[in-house]
Ligand binder design. Structure first.
Ligand code: BGC
Length: 428
């Protein structure tokens, strides 16, 4: 049995996003994508995991499992269903949810944008238009003024690179464009919006007399590796992919340094625009060119993604080279439909963290509930808690029990190992 001791100051939590769990149809981009028949298994995001009705019992379950911090997001289209008109009832609902989480001792981390736009925003040109940043800032301001006293920690935007490449270069996500130019502009606009939102959130919270504000971006990072280390073309492709996909973006959002093809629309000086590195890590890409590839014979998730725990630390090291900041693993998880190897996945990633000497402060497992996994729909299961999508009943999986024990015990004892890990292995 290999050892795992979790450092005292590493908070263990779970992550989720509004579109993926809440349900509701108020004209957002994924409601439209579903209506156009683009979800592989036909799942409807208007149903999702029914969390908007079950928020109380979900929070109580989280508390019973000992979850220390919860990353949640706000559905922009729900709180601002038409341009400039805010739904105060929906905001009050979020306020109650935050109050309950705080009351239960679960520290919230709010994501303000997680892939989904209100349709009215998309109609104005969405993230492809620098002038639209002001719409995002107005929404952010409203949220922070109304909810800021209940939450210190914010992610402005989740994974600008994934949004821009899937939605604007490959056209497989909303808004469904196929243009490299649009993808690069979108990434630039999102990075610029982050910088302005960073300053805004700090200003508003300090006007409100609140301290301890922490703002960042959740960056999707992969470990990039050449398929054949001895092949210079593979090595060059790995280095270039890494730079274009993530490093340039990380420099832009963290330091306000925009290298071409990214462009700064924030009119800011270089400085520091993140209080932590938000790192979403899932897998490694083994490349021969500018396309993703998976290493032969590697351990894989049910979606075919390589499981490579050390990559989490490699990516964190790269962020630390840009700037030294506390590290929050804002997402890490696995599609494991039968919950056959999730305990091992958690163990291996937390072990990689605990072996490193980097300043990891938080780990958010993706995700708390089985949920609406974008194009895959509800059939790709990432949750620690199973959702029966017919009845919406929740059942804590074996991996959920393991995570809960880890939070309580902060180490893997022989007993825990025998109960949860001894029989688990990855498939290849
Ligand atoms: C996204 C999540 C998604 C997860 C698993 C991340 O890129 O932020 O919304 O569910 O990956 O695919």
């Amino acid at each position: 049995m290999s050892r795992l001791d979790i450092k005292k100051d590493l908070l263990l939590g779970t992550a989720g996003s509004a579109t993926q769990i809440d349900g509701g149809d108020f004209g957002h981009t994924w409601n439209l994508w579903y209506s156009a028949g683009k979800i592989r298994d036909g799942s409807d995001p208007a149903v999702a995991a029914g969390h908007w009705e079950r928020w109380r019992s979900d929070a109580m379950l989280m508390a019973r499992m000992g979850i220390q911090t919860c990353r949640m997001s706000i559905e922009w289209a729900r709180v601002e269903p038409s341009e400039g008109c805010f739904d105060e009832y929906a905001i009050d609902h979020l306020k109650e949810e935050l109050m309950l989480l705080n009351g239960l001792g679960i520290r919230p981390l709010i994501t303000l944008h997680h892939f989904t736009n209100p349709v009215w925003f998309e109609v104005c040109g969405g993230w492809d238009e620098p002038k639209n940043i002001v719409y995002f800032l107005r929404y952010v301001e409203r949220m922070v003024r109304r909810l800021g006293h209940l939450c210190d920690d914010y992610i402005t935007i989740n994974e600008p690179n994934v949004y821009a490449l899937n939605g604007c270069r490959d056209g497989i996500w909303p808004p469904g464009k196929k243009s490299m130019q649009s993808a690069m502009r979108t990434m630039s606009v999102m990075a610029s919006a982050h910088i302005r939102a960073y300053r805004l959130i700090h200003r508003i919270r300090s006007e409100m007399g609140l301290r301890g504000t922490r703002v960042g971006v959740a960056l999707h990072m992969r470990a990039f590796a050449p398929k054949n280390k001895a092949n210079p073309a593979h090595c060059a492709a790995a280095a270039l992919s890494e730079r274009l996909f993530q490093t340039q973006l990380a420099e832009a959002v963290t330091l306000g340094k925009f290298a071409p093809p990214l462009r700064d629309y924030s009119r800011s000086r270089p400085g520091r625009y993140c209080d932590f590195h938000g790192l979403n890590y899932y897998t490694r890409s083994t490349v021969t060119g500018l396309k993703d590839g998976v290493r032969l014979y590697s351990a894989r998730s049910d979606l075919g993604w390589e499981i490579y725990p050390q990559g989490l630390v490699e990516c964190a090291q790269k962020l630390m080279r840009i700037c030294s900041l506390p590290i929050y693993v804002t997402e890490n998880g696995v599609c494991d439909n039968n919950d056959a190897f999730r305990c091992r996945f958690i163990f291996d990633h937390l072990a990689a963290i605990s072996r490193s000497n980097l300043p990891f402060e938080r780990y958010y497992h993706w995700s708390f509930l089985d949920n609406f996994e974008w194009l895959e729909g509800c059939s790709a299961r990432f949750g620690l808690v199973e959702v029966d999508f017919a009845t919406m009943e929740r059942r804590v999986k074996k991996s959920g029990r393991f995570y809960s024990e880890l939070i309580k015990q902060r180490e893997v004892t022989q007993e825990l190992y025998d109960e949860f890990l001894a029989m688990e292995s990855y498939h290849h």
